[in-house]
Design a protein around this ligand. Structure first.
Ligand SMILES: NC(=O)c1ccc[n+]([C@@H]2O[C@H](COP(=O)([O-])OP(=O)(O)OC[C@H]3O[C@@H](n4cnc5c(N)ncnc54)[C@H](OP(=O)(O)O)[C@@H]3O)[C@@H](O)[C@H]2O)c1
Length: 342
């Protein structure tokens, strides 16, 4: 396909997709494609979705080394670039995994992601979790690392200094955090030389995190929302009986009927209009997930109705990061407003 072909094939004009301006002035498309295939979707299928999504108009892709598919996604990115989309038009995020927080591991790990993704630089590189605890991919939530550690700010800042070095080296344009809390972010903001440009966090109508969302926005940190649809395809091991499904919420279903679209699209419209950047994963529905943000916005009344649906229902609880026997997952999220003591 030659350059003009892929542009004509772009079903949705990327210019019609809202953008977020980061504190550097850089612009990030306000919807990205998630690429975590988990147990159900192979690396090859995700890579095909990346190709299809680029043709459909996506320019933002949310990657991570732990997703185990950066090499396949990188082959798709190479094709996309060969076919005429410019590198500057793309927004590519990747993430440092938890077993690579060591001072000698950060730069090497980023270089590995760059090599796999076949890129010279990343637009955004995130510390995936604030805990340096290795656990094998796809392990059960009851799995615990024998070396598990709590959040130790001095250690995190050593990792962060290396993240800052990546910016100095020109390997990444922005650095950011993921799965953070307000007390942890306050310390990072106090001590960082390069401020986090974004925080990736779980965000959907049943888990709106209003305080953390506001804190991020007030501090110039873009909230990127993962599991924006409530992750309906997540493995059974990541489900608990208390979990709820935002796409099945009667209010979301009613609004979807009114707009004549899928409830998932209502979750995405709400996310974009609220001000976060959702990164829905999809190998089947990615086109509609982008198209929905380009027309027919939710009314103020519908936005208020969805705001009232928050159930504080965290789906990704992070149990594998617990560092003490008998702890509950709440300890990871500093529920008291203070960092949970070691
Ligand atoms: N930073 C972190 O710690 C972290 C944690 C979790 C996730 N993430 C990122 O966030 C991304 C999204 O999270 P997620 O994948 O867990 O959950 P999600 O995006 O909420 O849900 C994805 C699921 O929804 C289905 N779906 C998508 N669009 C749909 C539509 N319009 N109608 C019906 N079903 C639809 C997909 O199926 P089809 O494929 O069949 O369309 C897939 O099973 C991940 O891929 C990853 O990039 C980051």
């Amino acid at each position: 396909m030659i350059r003009s072909d892929i542009r004509e094939a772009a079903a949705i004009d990327p210019a019609a997709v809202p953008q977020r301006e980061l504190y550097t002035g850089a612009k990030m498309p306000a919807v990205g494609l998630g690429t975590f295939g988990s147990d159900r979707v192979s690396a090859q299928q995700v890579a095909e979705a990346v190709n299809g999504a680029a043709a459909a108009g996506y320019r933002h892709f949310d990657c991570a080394s732990v997703y185990g598919n950066e090499a396949e996604v990188g082959a798709s990115l190479a094709t996309i670039l060969q076919n005429g989309i410019q590198r500057e038009e793309l927004w590519i995020t990747s993430k440092l995994w938890n077993d690579k927080h060591g001072e000698n591991d950060v730069i090497a790990s980023c270089r590995k992601s760059l090599a796999d993704l076949r890129l010279d630089y990343l637009d955004l590189y995130l510390v995936h979790w604030p805990f340096p605890n290795f656990h094998p991919p796809n392990c059960d939530v009851s799995s615990r690392s024998p070396d598990a550690k709590p959040y130790i700010h001095e250690s995190y800042m050593k990792t962060w200094r290396k993240m800052e070095e990546l910016v100095d080296l020109g390997l990444v344009r922005h650095i950011g955090t993921s799965n953070m809390t307000i007390p942890k972010l306050k310390l990072v903001l106090r001590d960082a030389e390069v401020k986090p440009a974004a925080n990736e966090m779980e965000l959907h109508p049943h888990f709106q995190q209003p305080e953390l969302f506001k804190f991020a926005v007030d501090n110039g940190i873009q909230p990127i929302g993962y599991c924006p649809l409530g992750s309906p395809g997540r493995p059974d091991r990541d489900r608990t009986p208390e979990d709820t499904a935002p796409t099945e919420d009667p209010v979301i279903v009613k609004i979807a009927q009114r707009h004549g679209i899928n409830p998932a699209a209502i979750c995405i419209k709400w996310a974009v209009q609220r001000g976060q950047t959702p990164i829905p994963f999809s190998v089947h529905h990615y086109r509609e997930n982008l198209e929905c943000v380009t027309a027919d916005p939710l009314t103020d009344e519908e936005m208020r109705e969805i705001a009232a649906l928050d159930r504080d229902c965290r789906l990704i609880k992070g149990q594998v990061f617990l560092w003490k026997d008998g702890q509950s997952w709440e300890a990871l999220w500093d529920m008291s407003g203070e960092i949970t003591p070691p």
